[in-house]
Design a protein around this ligand. Structure first.
Ligand code: NAD
Length: 242
């Protein structure tokens, strides 16, 4: 198999599960050495052990600046650089913001947008110094289309898009690329908060896809020629109703 990312040093947050895990597998298959960054130590270490010598686990809680900074520091100490950073971890709630526990709104924004910012803040200075690097943030179709049934999630992913677009030109001056990937529904543990009838109906109608679709899109984004960027990549199951 061709290995366009041979010897690249990569990190994937939320790499112990779902979309992140499939992205880790694809990065490895394409030749990269990959760090799974996750707060689920047991899962991260088990997945890294299964995936072989080029996969590693770093335990970090992305709600803490110091954890993510420490993880980036470890990678740079080990390799002298970091080529690919996939800020992928996120969570989902379908609550209306005026219903339920008020902390759910804060937690959602903290993980989906603030943690993406923490990751960029930790990794961008190193990439700017190197004058190379790719940062990809997992957003969502909800970052493009307001989903009325999931206002908190939609707000968090719209914020991700705005952040990526405002950071892009600044980082371009240092040959660092930043872009967002915007999947529609994917079968992962994240959808536990979905109405399970909705999951079932989407599975039957082909309105939901597998993580591999997102991982292949990620590799496409990362293998564009220098100076070219896939700014936003929306990837949807053909029968998803938006
Ligand atoms: P998942 O629940 O399968 O995986 C999330 C991973 O993030 C887990 O390994 C979890 O341990 C880790 N994580 C959560 N909070 C963390 C924290 N504070 N610190 C460190 N790690 C943490 O979810 P997924 O479906 O693979 O989602 C990944 C990304 O894709 C998210 O940003 C999500 O919003 C986005 N997304 C998912 C879907 C979908 O339908 N599944 C669709 C569009 C976008």
């Amino acid at each position: 198999m061709a290995q366009p990312l041979k010897d690249k040093i990569a990190a994937v947050t939320g790499g112990a599960s779902g979309i992140g895990l499939e992205c880790v597998r694809h990065l490895l298959d394409n030749g990269a050495e990959v760090y799974i960054i996750d707060f689920d130590a047991k899962a991260a270490e088990a997945r890294a052990a299964e995936l072989g010598d080029k996969a590693h686990a770093l335990i970090a809680d992305l709600t803490k600046y110091e954890d993510i900074e420490k993880a980036v520091h470890t990678i740079v100490k080990n390799h002298g650089r970091i080529d690919i950073f996939h800020a992928n971890a996120g969570s989902y709630v379908a609550d209306m913001p005026w219903e339920g526990d008020t902390k759910r709104w804060d937690r959602m924004l903290d993980l989906n947008i603030n943690a993406a910012f923490r990751c960029v803040r930790a990794v961008a200075p190193q990439m700017m110094e190197q004058k190379s690097g790719d940062i990809v943030i997992t957003s969502s179709i909800s970052g493009m289309v307001p989903m009325v049934s999931e206002p908190v999630y939609t707000a968090s992913k719209h914020a991700v898009q705005a952040f990526v677009h405002t950071a892009r030109r600044k980082l371009a001056a240092y040959d660092v690329r930043i872009s967002a990937i915007q999947p529609g529904p994917v079968v992962t543990p994240l959808l536990k908060d979905w109405d399970q009838e909705r999951v079932k109906a989407n599975l039957e109608s082909g309105g939901i896809m597998q993580p591999v679709e997102v991982a292949e899109a990620l590799i496409f984004m990362l293998t564009r020629r220098k100076g070219v960027i896939v700014r936003d990549l929306v990837i949807l199951p053909q029968n998803f109703d938006v």
